[in-house]
Write a protein that binds this ligand. Structure first.
Ligand SMILES: NC(=O)c1ccc[n+]([C@@H]2O[C@H](COP(=O)([O-])OP(=O)(O)OC[C@H]3O[C@@H](n4cnc5c(N)ncnc54)[C@H](OP(=O)(O)O)[C@@H]3O)[C@@H](O)[C@H]2O)c1
Length: 285
């Protein structure tokens, strides 16, 4: 099967590249904006007509949540027009599209564990654009998998784990938000799940939640990062109200993974076990 990956130089894209060798039955084409700009419809359509991929994994996105409040049009172009272009081109050549979305589409401030049917309530430019990107795909085609993930980190690029490792070594103490609850997601686990869906090829299309198992706060996540690395920096828990951000963050990112586990017979690792794996990979990279 031919698999086209967009945004291959991002954290998820690089994680897919890292494990691609374990999927010898899949013939990958890895692209990033310089090879295939998902906002350019003509280029996308030509690329799909030429390659005729069985699957397209869209790992391309605008992911700078706060900057999206000022780079409004660029964020919309990449997160709404981009998926729309990929959906139209996928439909034209019978490609199945796997698109990545976000827990930010829910933003429900209860303690509810959100299923894919829970109401959406995105706040801020990035969150709204992620939901609109999903809608563009849903109104264009049927053969899609939309995977809503949360708190993505990896040994690649910039992310919370790498930032905390750096700050923990630079500072003696650090305030960390303790009232936003969710599940970290190791990008390698997400990459594996996506390729498992491709290999399974069971056409159980639709919207799915995916993160590592178990819920935590950014504060507890930080404490774990520090303790596993013997970092002697004191983390202090604070409420979100004491850490204002330009774009709002959801307090509740608890997502149910029952649907994806059931439809693809998955076993999802606990977030703390996956953190161990990532920290080992960071150490040796
Ligand atoms: N990071 C998180 O915590 C998080 C949480 C929930 C969901 N997600 C979702 O998970 C997915 C993967 O996130 P990530 O952290 O891997 O993102 P990332 O590291 O920011 O990677 C995105 C990639 O897309 C590329 N790109 C940007 N514009 C493009 C265009 N027009 N055409 C083609 N490629 C383009 C970027 O290139 P440049 O770097 O050159 O711009 C980058 O290589 C995204 O859909 C994101 O919304 C992420």
């Amino acid at each position: 099967m031919k698999v086209l990956v967009t945004g291959s130089n991002g954290q998820l894209g690089k994680s897919i590249q890292k494990i691609a060798i374990s999927y010898p039955k899949l013939q990958f084409t890895f692209t990033d904006v310089e090879d295939l700009d998902i906002t350019n419809y003509k280029q996308v359509l030509d690329y799909f007509h030429h390659l005729k991929p069985d699957y397209c994994i869209n790992a391309a996105a605008y992911t700078q949540v706060d900057k999206a409040e000022t780079e409004v049009e660029l964020n919309k172009l990449i997160n709404i027009t981009g998926p729309s272009n990929l959906a139209k081109a996928s439909k034209a050549v019978n490609t199945k599209l796997i698109h990545i979305s976000s827990d930010y589409v829910y933003n429900n401030n209860s303690e509810e564990i959100m299923t894919e049917e829970s109401p959406t309530n995105p706040k801020g430019q990035y969150a709204v654009s992620k939901l609109k990107g999903e809608i563009e795909i849903k109104i264009t085609m049927d053969a899609y998998f939309i995977i809503r993930t949360s708190w993505l980190y990896s040994e690649f690029g910039n992310n919370f784990v790498k930032t905390m490792l750096r700050l923990g070594k630079e500072r003696k103490s650090l305030n960390v938000v303790n009232d936003q609850i969710g599940s970290p997601t190791y990008a390698t686990d997400l990459a594996d799940t996506i390729l498992h869906i491709v290999i399974n090829n069971n056409n159980k299309f639709g919207t799915y939640n995916y993160s590592n198992e178990g819920f935590t706060s950014w504060y507890n996540f930080t404490k774990k990062i520090f303790s596993k690395n013997n970092i002697d920096c004191e983390a202090t828990p604070i409420p979100s109200t004491e850490y204002p951000t330009i774009a709002p963050r959801p307090l509740n990112s608890r997502m149910s993974k029952e649907k994806i586990i059931f439809n693809f017979e998955l076993k999802i690792p606990l977030w703390s076990k996956s953190l161990d794996k990532c920290l080992r990979n960071i150490k040796f990279s």
